[in-house]
Design a binder for this molecule. Sequence first.
Ligand code: 6PG
Length: 510
Amino acid sequence: MTNSTTLCDIGFIGLGVMGKNITLNLADNGYKIACFDLDQEKIDGIIEQDSLERGELEPRVIACRSYTELLSKLKAPHLIILSVPAGKPVDHVCHLLIDAGIQPDDIVVDTGNSLWTDSVERESQYKGKFIFFSTAVSGGEVGARFGPSLMPSGDPYAWTRIEPVMKAIAAKVDPATGLPIESFEPGNPIKHGEPCATYIGPSGSGHYVKMVHNGIEYADMQLICEAYQIMRESLEMEPVEIASIFREWNKGKLNSYLIEISAEVLEQTDAATGKPLVDVIMDKAGQKGTGLWTAVSALQVGSPAQTIAQAVFARSISSLKDERIKASKMLSGPEVVKLSEEQKQQAINSLHDALYCSKICAYAQGFQLMSIASQEQGWTLDFAEIAKIWRAGCIIRAVFLQSITNAYEQDEKLDNLLLDPFFAKQIAELQFNWRRAIADATLQGIPCAAMSSALNYYDSYRAETLPANLLQGQRDYFGAHTYQRVDKPAKTKFHTEWSKAGRPEVKIKK
Ligand code: 6PG
């Protein structure tokens, strides 16, 4: 047994919802923690919770009143984990740690939702003062407490030192089934299974992968919301009926954490009004920015990620509530047609397939984006490993992630998930229903921007010819931007004198 004067294994700074739970998770795994937060109530809260969970046993969490005290309570070389808001607060804490005497071989791990380029800068900015390392965390508060998915990146030497810690606290997957091993019992962490923590690569790469995870999360959530709206408005179903459809879907290929919680949200009744809670929640979506960062990055590197971008735009248009109220009174749309029971059942089946196919496209876009970014940054990301660590603990965990793991294990150079034989076959079999669900919603005037964008991604990706030939002609017409010809080498550029009689073609040597 440890005694109270034993030095702590880890320092933890930032005891918000995520920080507190990661601290308790570390403690459950046998690490003694010295913790600090600017808010005394948060420190008192975790000490109280630790003593409640420990009873008579030795406390596992020690409160510190300053950064100097925190460093003095730790074994050297020090390992300090930060869970503070992304952006300036991370650097603020890093500077205070420097003032408190942190040493060059000490490690500081940032677990917030930091912008990946900030992580790259921080690694070099703090070199020589301490080792700055990043570990992006997904899983919300329950994940943090009982096993999140972790995306660590940075100095490989630092990783060798912290790997056992990260693998201990991470979510675990049963290797035989690919399914999460779940336990929500304080003090009784899961010790077996494959940990959802793998070294992603050089600094910035882990937070990039987490950013794309969140972009996919936005798309996944929006797709489920569109299926909900179609059932609500076109099929005139009540929230509890939709919840039971989601529960049914959760038994099959759509099985995922997000479908499960959507059913739970729809089953809730508002205590004050007796109405379904979803009906009293204002339909204005918030966002902290990670989905937006993903869409921006996709635009910057030229990777088509329209379903992720649509999911961000869907949040933007939702927030224009006042304008939408005004527009709803002025702008017309088609009447919603009443369906027979048989048509309704068919529509539900179509929606199931539409959701599944759209989801495949959203993930395909996310993986394609990571692949392009990986080439640009020279990261050599391992997509089978990334899919594996998303099978449990994180917000987008789903049965389907095992199929993605299989796809990249079979072909690590797969250009696009859509080209994997399993996924290609799935879409071939289900696409009629996908198209029908979108066509029906469109004819009824019910928006389904993410689903339609996914179908457009699929149809564009499989099209041998796109109208970009006309577009190149337009560009060359007004801007002499030149074009390539299908019958000449790609490096030769051509320009046409569009306004001259006979429109002569001019070859431009490169
Ligand atoms: C996770 C979540 C988590 C969080 C984000 C997104 O993986 O645990 O993605 O990071 O939910 O803050 O939240 P927004 O919807 O507010 O952007």
